[in-house]
Design a protein around this ligand. Structure first.
Ligand SMILES: [Mn+2]
Length: 321
C-alpha cells in the first residue's frame, strides 16, 4: 500500500473528504499480509440497560476518519507505516437472537484469528466478547484476558434465567475453557453493583482484580506493570468497556458510572503496555444515543489508535534494524 494513499483518498486531502472507513483505511476482507483488521459488531440485544451500542461501529468509524492523524507522539511512530491495517467492515448480526448472533460472529471473526491477524472489534454491547473469545481459543487455546471495565461481568444469570448477557460473558468464558484466569486481570471495577456479584464472586473464578480505588492508589505505571506481569507467557485478548471511563468523559455508554478513569490517566496506562502480546481487542458499550458532541466516540476512536500504536511499536521493536 502506498503510504500517501489511504483507501482511495490521498492522505493529504481533508479528513472530512471521502467515504467513511476507519482512518480511511481500505475496506476489504483480503487478509493477505494484514496485521490488524478493524471489524464492527453492531449487536446490542444483550445489553441489560441502555440499548443503542448497535450504532457505535458507525460512530467510531466516523470519528476515526475525522479525528485521527497517523502519528503517535508518545511512541514516536506512524503506525500505518509499520503495520498493515484494513477496515474489515461489520460482522453480520441478528438483532434479538443472541445465540444465533454468537454463532455468526464467531464464524466472521475466526478467519481473522486463524490468519494470525489481530482483530480490533468495535461493539456492540459487551456480550460480543464471548464469540470473540470462542474464535480466539480455536487458534490460540486459552488466552490471558485483560478486562478494563467498571463492572466485573462475571455474573451467572440475569433475571433468574438469562445466561447470555453483557454482565455474564466472562463467567461463561471460564466455563467454556476460553481464558486462563490465572493469567487474567480485571481493572477498574467501580460504582454500584448487585450485592450478590461482589469481588469475591469473580475472584473464586481465579481472576485478579484491581479496583478503581486500588488503581488510583497504585498509579498508571504500577497498574501497567501488574498487567504485564500477570499475563506473561500467554497471548492476550484485551477487552475494553468504555464505562471504565468516568461518565463525565464518556457519557455515551451502556452503563455509566461515576469516579472512573479520566482520559489522560487511561492514555498513560495504555502507553505503558506496548510490550503486551495482544492477539485480539474489543472496545465495547459505546452508545452514541446518549453521547454529547460525539465525545465518547472520539475517545473510543483514539483508544483504537492507541492499540494500533502499541501493536506497531511492538512490531518495530521485533524487526531487525
Ligand atoms: Mn462490561
Amino acid at each position: 500500500m502506498d503510504n500517501k494513499t489511504i483507501g482511495s483518498v490521498i492522505s493529504s486531502a481533508p479528513r472530512f473528504c471521502g467515504i467513511t472507513s476507519f482512518m480511511r483505511l481500505p475496506h476489504t476482507r483480503d487478509l493477505n499480509e494484514v496485521d490488524v483488521a478493524i471489524i464492527g459488531i453492531p449487536f446490542d440485544s444483550d445489553g441489560a440497560f441502555r440499548i443503542g451500542s448497535r450504532f457505535a461501529p458507525e460512530s467510531i468509524r466516523s470519528q476515526g476518519k475525522l479525528c485521527l492523524r497517523n502519528y503517535h507522539i508518545a511512541h514516536n511512530i506512524a503506525p500505518l507505516e509499520h503495520i498493515k491495517v484494513v477496515d474489515f467492515g461489520d460482522s453480520a448480526v441478528i438483532p434479538g437472537s443472541v445465540e444465533r448472533t454468537y454463532e455468526v460472529v464467531e464464524c466472521e471473526v475466526s478467519p481473522i484469528f486463524q490468519e494470525g491477524v489481530i482483530p480490533i472489534a468495535l461493539g456492540g454491547d459487551h456480550s460480543i466478547s464471548l464469540p470473540l473469545l470462542r474464535a480466539a481459543a480455536k487458534k490460540y487455546g486459552k488466552v490471558a484476558l485483560v478486562h478494563f471495565d467498571a463492572h466485573l461481568d462475571t455474573g451467572d444469570v440475569y433475571y433468574d434465567e438469562i445466561k447470555y448477557t453483557h454482565g455474564t460473558q466472562f463467567r461463561r468464558a471460564v466455563e467454556e475453557g476460553l481464558v486462563d484466569t490465572s493469567k487474567s486481570i480485571q481493572v477498574g471495577m467501580n460504582g454500584t453493583i448487585y450485592p450478590e456479584m461482589t469481588r469475591e464472586y469473580s475472584e473464586t473464578l481465579g481472576y485478579k482484580i484491581i479496583t478503581m480505588d486500588e488503581a488510583a492508589a497504585l498509579g498508571s505505571q504500577m497498574v501497567a506493570n501488574a498487567i504485564l506481569e500477570r499475563t506473561q507467557g500467554l497471548p492476550v485478548f484485551f477487552s475494553f468497556d468504555i464505562d471504565i471511563m468516568d461518565v463525565s468523559v464518556a457519557p455515551g455508554s451502556g452503563a455509566p458510572e461515576v469516579g472512573g478513569y479520566l482520559t489522560r490517566e487511561m492514555l498513560q496506562i495504555l502507553r505503558a503496555l506496548r510490550d503486551l502480546n495482544i492477539i485480539g481487542v474489543d472496545i465495547v458499550e459505546v452508545n452514541p444515543l446518549f453521547d454529547s458532541g460525539q465525545i465518547t466516540s472520539i475517545l473510543a476512536a483514539n483508544i483504537v489508535f492507541e492499540f494500533l500504536a502499541m501493536i506497531a511499536t511492538r512490531k518495530r521493536q521485533r524487526q531487525p534494524m
